[in-house]
Design a protein around this ligand. Structure first.
Ligand code: ADP
Ligand code: MG
Length: 238
C-alpha cells in the first residue's frame, strides 16, 4: 500500500475549469471519502489519481513517486467500478483473472491471486458461475475482487454502490469497511451518500465547484461544519 499526494491539481475541460488548485495528502492505509454535489469534480479528481484524466497542471504522487505522466496501468492503483462492468459471458473466476491474464501474468500465478481474492470476499463457492447467476451483492464483490487481484497500492471507488438497493448498500458498506481493515488498504471513495461517508471515512473531503470546502474526520465535520453548505452534506441539523 502507498500514500497519495495531489500537488496543485488544476483541470480544464476546454474553457471550463472544473478542478481548482487542489492539494491533498492521503496517508498510507487511510480511508478518504470525497463528497459534494453532482458536477463538483469528485469523479474528475479521482480519475486524476488513477490516470484516466490528465491534470491541466499539478502533480500526482503515489508512494512518493511522481506518476503524473504515467498511464493508468503503470500507476499500481485500482479503480473499483459498479458491478455492471462485469463481463457477462465469463465466469466469476475468469472475470477475476482477466486483467492479470491480459497483463501476461503466468497462469498459476493468476490462479493463486484469484483464489486469494475469492477467499477474502467469500466467493470461493461461486467461481464457476456467470454474473447473471449471482445476486447483486455477489456481483459487487466480484467487481471489488477484480481490484484486489491486482494487489494495488490504493483502491479508488467511484460511487460503487449507487445502483444497488438500500438493503444491499448497507451490506456492501459493511463489507467495504471490513476489507479496509483486513487489507490495511489506502482507499479513496466517492459518494453522495451521507451515511456511507460518515461510516466509512477516516477523513471526509467536501468538494464544492472543484475546490475543497472543508475536510476533517466525520465527527469534526458533523459537529463543526464551517458553513451551511457543509452542514447540508454531513453536518448536524441546526
Ligand atoms: P462529479 O463526479 O462530482 O459529479 P465530475 O467530476 O464528473 O463531477 O464533473 C465535474 C465537471 O466537469 C462537471 O461540470 C462535468 O460536466 C465536467 N466534465 C466531466 N468530464 C468531462 C469531460 N470529459 N468533458 C467535458 N466536461 C466534463
Ligand atoms: Mg461522479
Amino acid at each position: 500500500m502507498a500514500d497519495l499526494k495531489l500537488r496543485g491539481i488544476n483541470k480544464n475541460f476546454g474553457a471550463v475549469q472544473v478542478i481548482h488548485d487542489i492539494d491533498l495528502d492521503i496517508g498510507n492505509g487511510e480511508f478518504v471519502v470525497f463528497v459534494g454535489p453532482s458536477g463538483c469534480g469528485k469523479s474528475t479528481l479521482l480519475r486524476t489519481i488513477s490516470g484516466l484524466e490528465e491534470p491541466s497542471s499539478g502533480q500526482v504522487l503515489i508512494g512518493g513517486e511522481d506518476v503524473t505522466d504515467y498511464d493508468p496501468s503503470e500507476r499500481g492503483v485500482a479503480m473499483v467500478f459498479q458491478s455492471y462492468a462485469l463481463y457477462p459471458h465469463m465466469s466469476v473466476e475468469q472475470n477475476l483473472g482477466f486483467g492479470l491474464r491480459m497483463g501476461g501474468m503466468p497462469r498459476d500465478q493468476v490462479a493463486a491471486r484469484v483464489m486469494e481474492a475469492a477467499r477474502i470476499l467469500e466467493l470461493t463457492e461461486l467461481l464457476e458461475r456467470k454474473p447473471r447467476q449471482l445476486s447483486g451483492g455477489q456481483r459487487q464483490r466480484v467487481a471489488i475482487g477484480r481490484a484486489i487481484v491486482r494487489q494495488p497500492k490504493a483502491f479508488l471507488f467511484d460511487e460503487p454502490l449507487s445502483n444497488l438497493d438500500a438493503e444491499l448498500r448497507v451490506q456492501m458498506r459493511i463489507e467495504i469497511a471490513k476489507l479496509h481493515q483486513q487489507l490495511g488498504a489506502t482507499m479513496v471513495y466517492v459518494t453522495h451518500d451521507q451515511v456511507e461517508a460518515m461510516t466509512l471515512a477516516d477523513r471526509i473531503v467536501v468538494l464544492r465547484a472543484g475546490r475543497i470546502e472543508q475536510q476533517g474526520s466525520p465527527i469534526e465535520l458533523y459537529d463543526n461544519p464551517d458553513n451551511l453548505f457543509v452542514a447540508g452534506f454531513i453536518g448536524s441539523p441546526r
